[in-house]
Design a protein around this ligand. Structure first.
Ligand code: 6PG
Length: 468
């Protein structure tokens, strides 16, 4: 009976897929589910409890597809890359004109563009959807960034708006542009996430190694910051996790965690794309680089002996640190949005930056009080496309910059490693100099390679007197 058919299908019952399927079922949608390993399906249905009434489990891909209302909508929550290509190959022959396949993983947007184009030739629609917020977010309200056709958005809108996180009753999801736009916005979200996390880690290190504050005390400071303008999910969870003790040893739990960070690629893709677009998101690059260096633990341990690892004592003032943090956070978001703007122009996406900031205000990992101000700033005039030049942020930066300069200066003098905080200051100082250093670069290029340069106030290509 047509009425029994599900409104949406979720393929992939791992952590995120299960959570999203349950979220949809709870919001009253009839959801078909299946999984490559069929034995997971019964387990999932058992754990679904009462929500199982809204879920229809299938053992085969054929039955799953046949159990969906047409035009169909299928959300794939599977590992990105090759598995997605294999899945598309398997499912496409079972689909019909107007059906939509959604990739809800952290995919590279170039792959999403390629897949969209290939499926469009078969009359099928492909949506690249960034989903942020981890398992809890997926289950109770994620932030979602959708890229795809208007047709797919019309099919999906009701479900996604129902399951999304809400900021003052406004769902944190939107159709941001075609093909790869959603996945790219999620990629840059993660780039900002990397940089904000690194800034937090550096602030922790200055307090802990420079001012010898115990982790729990630093946790309390983060908790206090979370009541003010620095309020954000990452500040909140850092405040909490710093106060945990390891049950095995009784030490603060952060002291027993190996200082080697993982990374799956989205931070790196942001940097690669920034460079390709002629931008330099140096804070995000610093954060990606810091994770890479962190994984060279053995080398760093040897270097500490060979090169000396002493860090000087620091006198830190919590108020100054909080202002430095605010300056760095503004600069980090500004870099992320700049990369988005350049990419949007390259691919004709016409991204709505105010909307993106709004979609990030709840549910996602980088949600923070600042995003409300950012969305307002994007609704106004944006001089040279730069958030840092809007009146609101220019004046906030002017207020906070002395603190950033003091923190970076003291930390550098004391031999503390602060790649992201110092990158923030370097970007700021570079951008505020109307006359920079590139005259020397141009002279060198012309001197050794006859590359030519522009003269101030004159048209055309010129060469130096060294060629006369
Ligand atoms: C989110 C997160 C999430 C995840 C990424 C980043 O928005 O919910 O960004 O997608 O944390 O996988 O992971 P890595 O730190 O491993 O690159």
């Amino acid at each position: 009976m047509a009425d029994d058919k599900a409104q949406i299908g979720v393929y992939g019952l791992g952590t995120m897929g299960s959570a999203l399927a349950l979220n949809m079922a709870e919001k009253g949608f009839r959801v078909a589910v299946t999984n490559r390993e069929v034995e997971w399906i019964a387990e999932f249905m058992k754990e679904a409890g009462d929500l199982a009434n809204a879920l229809v489990a299938h053992d085969t891909l054929e039955a799953f597809v046949a159990g969906l209302k047409t035009p169909r909508v299928i959300l794939f929550m599977i590992p990105s890359g090759k598995p997605m290509d294999m899945m598309i190959e398997a499912v496409a022959p079972l689909l019909e004109d107007g059906d939509t396949i959604i990739d809800g993983g952290n995919a590279n947007f170039h792959d999403t563009r390629r897949r969209s184009a290939a499926l469009a030739e078969k009359g099928l629609h492909f949506v690249g959807m960034g989903v942020s917020g981890g398992e809890k977010g997926a289950r109770h309200g994620p932030s979602m960034m959708v890229g795809g056709s208007d047709h797919s958005w019309a099919q999906l809108r009701n479900v996604l708006r129902a399951i999304a996180a809400r900021y003052e009753d406004e769902p944190c999801v939107d159709h941001l542009g075609p093909d790869g736009a959603g996945h790219f916005v999620k990629t840059v979200h993660n780039g900002i996430e990397y940089a904000d996390m690194q800034v937090i880690a550096e602030i922790y290190a200055l307090l802990h190694y420079g001012a010898v504050w115990p982790p729990a005390e630093i946790g309390k400071l983060f908790e206090a910051w979370n009541e003010g303008p620095l309020k954000s999910y990452l500040v909140e969870i850092t405040g909490q996790l710093l106060q945990y003790h390891d049950p095995k040893t009784g030490h603060p739990v952060v002291d027993v965690i190996k200082d080697a960070a993982g990374q799956k690629g989205t931070g790196r893709w942001t940097v690669v794309e920034a460079v390709r677009m002629g931008q330099a998101a140096n804070m995000i690059e610093a954060a990606v680089g810091a994770r890479s260096w962190s994984s060279e633990k053995d080398t760093r341990q040897s270097a500490q002996t060979i090169l000396g690892g002493a860090r000087g004592a620091l006198e830190v003032d919590a108020g100054t640190l909080s202002e430095a943090f605010m300056a760095a956070r503004i600069l980090c978001y500004a870099q992320g949005f700049r990369v988005l703007a350049a990419t949007s122009e390259e691919y004709d996406w016409t991204l709505d930056f105010a909307r993106i900031a709004e979609v990030w205000r709840a549910g996602c990992i980088i949600r923070s009080a600042l995003l409300d101000d950012i969305s307002e700033a994007f609704r106004g005039e944006l001089p040279h496309g730069q958030l840092i030049l809007t009146p609101r942020f220019a004046s906030r930066l002017t207020e906070c910059l002395p603190a950033l300069r003091k923190v970076v200066g003291d930390a550098v003098a004391g031999g503390h490693a602060i790649p992201a905080l110092s990158a923030a200051l370097q970007w700021y100082d570079t951008m505020r100099q109307g006359f920079g250093t590139a005259n020397i670069i141009q002279a060198q290029r012309d001197f050794f390679g006859y590359h030519g340069f522009e003269r101030l106030g004159e048209e055309g290509v010129h060469h130096g007197p060294w060629w006369d």
